[in-house]
Structures are given as C-alpha cells and as structure tokens.
Design a protein around this ligand. Structure first.
Ligand SMILES: C[S@@+](CC[C@H](N)C(=O)[O-])C[C@H]1O[C@@H](n2cnc3c(N)ncnc32)[C@H](O)[C@@H]1O
Length: 171
C-alpha cells in the first residue's frame, strides 16, 4: 500500500518493479485520484489497483487496513504536523502484518540539523506557511516508529539530500 501517492507516477513505477506485490495507491486528496488513475491506465498493470481515498492523519486508518506486506510513504511527513506524522507512523504499525516492511522517504533533519542550503530554505518556507509543519528529525522518526512497533532495518542516503528509512513490523 502506498500512502499520499500524489500524481501516481511512483505507483506505476513500483507496481512495475514489484510484479509479485498487489500495489494499492492511496491519497488523502480527492483531486489526486484522477492523476493516479491516469498513470494506472497508462501503465496497464494487473497488479496496480484503482486508487483509494485515504486520509492517513485520521486516527484508526491503519487498523482498518490491517494485513499489509508493505507500506510506502514518500514526501509527506514534512508537510504535516508532528502530531499528524505520529498518526501516520502509528497507522503504519497497525496496517502492517507482522514482519511487514515500511518504507519512509523524504527530506529530514539529521540529528537536529538541516544539512543543505536547499533544505534550510524549504523548511523555513514550510514553517512560514504553517508553524506546525516542516522537516522531522531522523531520530524522532526512528523513535516514533519504534513506539509504533517498527524496528529500524536501514537508513539510506538518497539523491537531493533525501533519506529513506526501512522498518520491519515486529512479529
Ligand atoms: C508532495 S506530495 C507527494 C506525492 C508522492 N508521494 C511523491 O513523492 O511524489 C504530498 C501528497 O500528500 C498528500 N497528503 C497530504 N496530507 C495527506 C493526508 N493526511 N493523508 C493522505 N495524503 C495526504 C497530498 O494530497 C499529496 O498528494
């Protein structure tokens, strides 16, 4: 299951890359679903499901979707408050089957620090829009995920100074 799939471009790429997974794209915005559906139609993949509306800042979303083998969320946590991000991580913990994998991608602080000029400017811009949102710290993500029953497997440094966290749901 993919959260906050946006355009759906990643959905099509991931479904093609992992043909043994049934890929369920979701997003909290009704407007995103048409774009995800268009990418789905263009891809023509049997393992890529119709997009579903899903607000992952709403408590209880994870339990309602329990049994997932994998949950991916890219480029969301910096756009929402820490309280909402906790709900996302808690929901992932509830949505995943024991042993399931969580993949969390995006821009983050590293041990409290913003580590590029671009990140400093982007984070400041986000906080100007809404003081509650902005980059989350890598240590906060790992601690919050642990509280949600997710064990850290790996942290990958990605292009454009992004990070990718891989977690496994405790059995
Ligand atoms: C920057 S886009 C990221 C899209 C895609 N994951 C990517 O990396 O290109 C952020 C997406 O998060 C979605 N979003 C924001 N808040 C959400 C929420 N509470 N629940 C689900 N989706 C949400 C928006 O509708 C938007 O499509």
């Amino acid at each position: 299951m993919e959260l906050a799939a946006g355009t759906g471009q990643h959905s099509a790429a991931c479904a093609a890359a992992f043909p043994d997974l049934n890929w369920q794209p979701t997003d909290g915005a009704e407007a995103a679903l048409a774009s995800i559906a268009a990418w789905r139609d263009a891809a023509g993949l049997a393992n890529l499901a119709e997009p579903a509306l899903l607000d992952v800042s709403a408590p209880g979303w994870g339990a309602a979707r329990a049994g997932q083998d994998l949950v991916l969320v890219a480029n969301l946590l910096h756009l929402i408050s820490a309280a909402e991000a906790k709900t996302v991580l808690g929901g992932i913990g509830q949505a995943l089957a024991p042993g399931g994998t969580a993949v969390i991608y995006g821009p983050f602080r590293r041990q409290g620090r913003l580590t590029s000029e671009g990140d400093i400017a982007f984070d400041a811009d986000l906080r100007l829009q809404d003081p509650e949102i902005g980059y989350k710290d890598d240590t906060w993500v790992i601690r919050s995920a642990s509280e949600a029953g997710l064990d850290l497997v790996a942290v990958e440094q990605m292009p454009a100074n992004n990070m990718c966290f891989i977690f496994r749901r405790q059995g």
